[in-house]
Design a protein around this ligand. Sequence first.
Ligand SMILES: Nc1ncnc2c1ncn2[C@@H]1O[C@H](COP(=O)(O)OP(=O)(O)O)[C@@H](O)[C@H]1O
Ligand SMILES: [Mg+2]
Length: 334
Amino acid sequence: MPGAIYAEGLVKTFGDVRALDGVDLDVPEGTVLGLLGPNGAGKTTAVRCLTTLLRPDSGRAVVAGIDVLGQPDAVRRSIGLSGQFAAVDEYLTGRENLQMVGQLYQMRAKQAKARAVELLEQFNLTDAADRPTKTYSGGMRRRLDLAAALVVSPPVMFMDEPTTGLDPRNRQQLWEVIQQLVSGGTTLLLTTQYLEEADHLAHDIAVVDHGKVIAQGTSDELKARTGGERVEVVVHERGHMGTAAEVLRGFGKGDTTVEDHTRRLTVPVTGGAKLLAEVIRELDSRGIEIDDIALRRPTLDDVFLSLTGHVAEEKPEGNGEQGRRKNTRKEAVK
Ligand SMILES: Nc1ncnc2c1ncn2[C@@H]1O[C@H](COP(=O)(O)OP(=O)(O)O)[C@@H](O)[C@H]1O
Ligand SMILES: [Mg+2]
């Protein structure tokens, strides 16, 4: 039986861009799927197709048991959506916006008011509740948008990058709200650029790149494919990179990645801090001076690197960080 969110062969093109290039998804009822991918991967397009805001060129989707293309109105009544295209009225206050959503969903005025108070509290917006939304900061708007999506608890929810732009405290709070929601039985599809977030919230993760699901599994399964933890070393002298690679190979559980121009070597490991200390001792005993060494948890970049052999490409709006990392290559040090 298909899950609460089901998609088969979704394709959506914008001119030359294949934003979705045959996406299949199946999210069992009561679970959370994290759609994980970099900017431009097709996450928002997928959410928009699944929530009836955009018509795919081909493919099929069923949400809450209802055919998305056949009965869009019925789908809309069964889902909640929060995302990059927020439906918040600038001229109403936060409180008024939430009450209005409640009334749209046929709540009684009293019930809508009470729900608004509850959500304002939950999202730290009580102090700003009676100010017009246009005076809100970006983070406040995002929280209000999320609160609006939660006024009623629909059986299926979509959240498009719910925590992008939130500070760590608000992110943590939102994670808690999402966990509460899911423990109440809601099926959730959320998109994110952060492995850590998908890790924290999702039962299953689908990694998307160029409109395709390139890997799917639990967080542990995906991390295992990257080799999990990694030790990252920056050696002081370029001439020591070969020897350093040899040392790392001895401790590594997979291929060593070498970045020539930054003198950075990375190797998947198991063993945590204890192993890190051993690596340092070994490098030291071979007379290799290091500028930096760290134990790193897998990031989205690591997952991408191991799945595709290249790092997640950023749009030009990135800070140049990705440009630096583009030259990373996977060395066949075995
Ligand atoms: N309305 C649109 N018109 C033209 N191109 C679009 C439109 N929406 C998305 N795209 C393109 O489709 C690709 C996927 O975009 P999107 O789904 O927004 O990715 P994500 O949400 O993962 O960042 C990108 O290359 C983007 O530029
Ligand atoms: Mg997006």
